[in-house]
Each structure stands twice: as structure tokens, then as C-alpha cells.
Design a protein around this ligand. Structure first.
Ligand code: PGA
Length: 245
């Protein structure tokens, strides 16, 4: 079984490096990590080289699919590995909202893997969408031409768009249905073995109160935490709750 993965997506927060360093330090100081759990902090690009820890891994929130060139405002996966970043969140719904397509996400997954990053691929339906259709399309397209051995470096984060930043977290039962469906798609694309092995995370209004159910009752292997990861006490509570499981 893979490690429990707890990912902090800071998004465009906090407001200053001073606050970022303080938050990072507080988390590092107070987490009690079991050897079966890994915490990945994903700050804005600017601070990736500044925040270093032996206990916490680092991830970026996006990367470009080209190695270098005339892409104003972008950061390549190669630049991230050069900065000793290990993970990258790809296909987050907020980026899809800004126009990122499944085809672009597929290019990013391919480039990230080639350059040695571990992608955390985000998928999820909007409130008015048919969940299974959306998940199947997003997974199939994002993983096109990704080999079985490459898949071993990928984690999938199920984040229903309606649950992100709204306080309306997905029920444990619905999250379980999503987990089973995602594993079914992965079985179809790869094998039952790989489908079982791929870490599936839940994201969307995760809090210290609701976090345990996704690991205990939804078959998830970890969490992608937005808002609650900006509060050191809350985030440490989440880590300490789920890393014992
Ligand atoms: P949230 O965000 O925890 O604030 O809902 C999760 C995410 O966007 O990854």
C-alpha cells in the first residue's frame, strides 16, 4: 500500500514571504509524521527555493509543457526539478477555469514525468455535470500515452468543483463512489494491479473535522487541502489525524 499523501495547496497565499515562512515553520515543527505518511507543501513558485525541510516535501501548483522558450510568465518542469521540487499539481479546476484544456494537461503530465516530477492530477465535476462522464474524459485524456511504469509516479486528486472553497465537502459515500469509479477507469486503461496502487486523494473543503472519513470510509489514500492548509493549527491537526491511519 502506498503512503498516505497529504498535500497543501496554498494557491496564491499567504500575502508575504514572512507569513509563508512562518506557516511552513509552524507546520514543520508540530507535525508528528508516521513513516507511512508524506506531506507535500505547494506554495507559490516564488518561494519554492526558500522553503526547505527534511520533513516536508515540496510541490508546485502548475508547470508549462515546453522545456524553455518564449512563454512569458510560465515556469517549466525542468526548472522545478532543478529547484529540487518533487511534485506538481496539474489540471486544478481553477486552472481549467482559466482555460486549461485536457489536451494541455496531458502535455504537462508527459513533460513533468519526463523531467522527474510526480504529477498530482486533479479531476472533478461541476455541480451540473454528469460525474462519471467528466471523470472518465478527464482521466483518459490526461493519461493518454502515459505508460504503466510512468503511472506509478502519478497521484489522482478527486476534487468536485462544487466542493472547492465552499465549505460543502463531498459526503464519504459519494467520495467512495468516485474512488471506485476512478479505479475502474484505471483498470480499463492499465490493469487492476495499477488501479489499486495509484494513490487517490480527496480535495474540496477538507477540514480537521471531516478529514478522517475520506481515509476510513471512502477508500482514499490521502488529501489535497486548500483553505485549511493556510492555518497551521488546522493543517497540523489534519496531518496528525490522518497520518495515524
Ligand atoms: P479547499 O481547496 O480545501 O479550500 O476547498 C482545495 C483545492 O482547491 O485544492
Amino acid at each position: 500500500m502506498s503512503k498516505t499523501l497529504i498535500v497543501a495547496n496554498w494557491k496564491m497565499n499567504p500575502k508575504s514571504f514572512k507569513d509563508a515562512a512562518k506557516l511552513f515553520e509552524m507546520v514543520e515543527k508540530n507535525v508528528k509524521l508516521s513513516k507511512d505518511a508524506e506531506v507535500v507543501v505547494c506554495p507559490p513558485f516564488l518561494w519554492l527555493r526558500e522553503l526547505r525541510s527534511k520533513k516536508l516535501s515540496l510541490g508546485a501548483q502548475n508547470c508549462h509543457f515546453q522545456m524553455s522558450g518564449a512563454f512569458t510568465g510560465e515556469v517549466s518542469s525542468l526548472m522545478l526539478t532543478d529547484a529540487k521540487v518533487e511534485y506538481v499539481i496539474l489540471g486544478h479546476s481553477e486552472r481549467r477555469q482559466m482555460g486549461e484544456t485536457d489536451a494541455q494537461i496531458n502535455l504537462k503530465v508527459k513533460t513533468a514525468l519526463k523531467d522527474g516530477l510526480k504529477p498530482i492530477l486533479c479531476i472533478g465535476e461541476k455541480e451540473d455535470e454528469e460525474i462519471n462522464l467528466v471523470l472518465e474524459r478527464q482521466i483518459t485524456q490526461a493519461l493518454e500515452k502515459i505508460t504503466a511504469s510512468q503511472l506509478e509516479q502519478v497521484a489522482i486528486a478527486y476534487e468536485p468543483v462544487w466542493a472547492i472553497g465552499t465549505g460543502k465537502a463531498c459526503s464519504a459515500d459519494n467520495a467512495l463512489s468516485a474512488t471506485l469509479f476512478i479505479r475502474r477507469i484505471l483498470t480499463k486503461l492499465y490493469s487492476r494491479f495499477l488501479a489499486e496502487k495509484t494513490p487517490i486523494l480527496y480535495g474540496g473543503s477538507v477540514s480537521s473535522e471531516n478529514c478522517a472519513q475520506y481515509l476510513d470510509r471512502s477508500g482514499m489514500n490521502g488529501l489535497l487541502v486548500g483553505g485549511a492548509s493556510l492555518d497551521a493549527d488546522q493543517f497540523v491537526k489534519i496531518i496528525n489525524t490522518v497520518s495515524k491511519r
